[in-house]
Design a binder for this molecule. Structure first.
Ligand SMILES: [Zn+2]
Length: 216
């Protein structure tokens, strides 16, 4: 496992690693193709998710727990509104890092070098942590690592929040789903591929995939 703050040297090293992989695959008769997600579109999609997932979740919450219990929260009701706003904010910031850890946790299993191929970093320009897997993965392997944080930090808290009637948990879950907006878009593109190796792109949101080219 490698943990670092992204700088020019780190970026150059990741670019070099990627180019080395591309030439290795080319020598075996594979050509790289890029599947990348625009950050602007991903952010717009996150807003759509906020509106859609937010309304559906809170609507189900009202239907299950009743209007009177909308803001009810078994944990947060012990605190003042001001305090629980801070608690939610703090938990939210922690989940941004946990999100990246979950990517790495699920990706390390299929890697030959296990945690040795997982890299965590912090992009100081974008103020975001990231996780990068340095081995090519099959479609299901890539899929599970990509979607896991959205399920664990988004869908699961929404379901538990509705069951125990916790406004805070549902809210965190909705934000968790939005935080996985880019990941959902990436996963959506996977349906186009059959039987290919995917490589998490070192500096774009998305991945490279390799297709066999036949030279007649
Ligand atoms: Zn993610």
């Amino acid at each position: 496992m490698r943990i670092e703050v992204e700088n020019d040297a780190v970026r150059a090293r990741k670019k070099q690693e990627y180019e080395d992989l591309v030439s290795k695959m080319q020598s075996q008769g594979y050509e790289p193709r890029l599947e990348k997600i625009s950050i602007v579109v991903a952010n717009l999609f996150a807003l759509v998710l906020l509106a859609v997932v937010g309304s559906i979740s809170f609507l189900i919450h009202v239907m299950v727990n009743g209007k009177a219990n909308f803001f009810h929260d078994a944990i947060l009701d012990n605190f003042s509104v001001q305090l629980w706003t801070w608690i939610l904010l703090l938990v939210y910031i922690v989940t941004i890092f946990v999100h990246e850890f979950i990517h790495g946790f699920f990706w390390h299993f299929p890697c030959q070098k296990k945690w040795g191929s997982i890299e965590f970093g912090f992009n100081a320009k974008m103020l975001t942590p990231y996780c990068h897997c340095r081995e090519a993965l099959s479609i299901p392997q890539y899929f599970w690592g990509c979607i896991a944080p959205t399920v664990i930090l988004g869908i699961l808290p929404i379901i538990i929040g509705i069951v125990i009637s916790s406004f805070g948990l549902i809210l965190l879950g909705v934000i968790g789903v939005c935080g996985g907006g880019g990941d959902i878009m990436v996963v959506w593109t996977l349906r186009k591929h059959r039987d290919c190796k995917l490589f998490d792109h070192p500096y774009e949101v998305g991945y490279a995939y390799f297709v066999r080219v036949s030279h007649e």
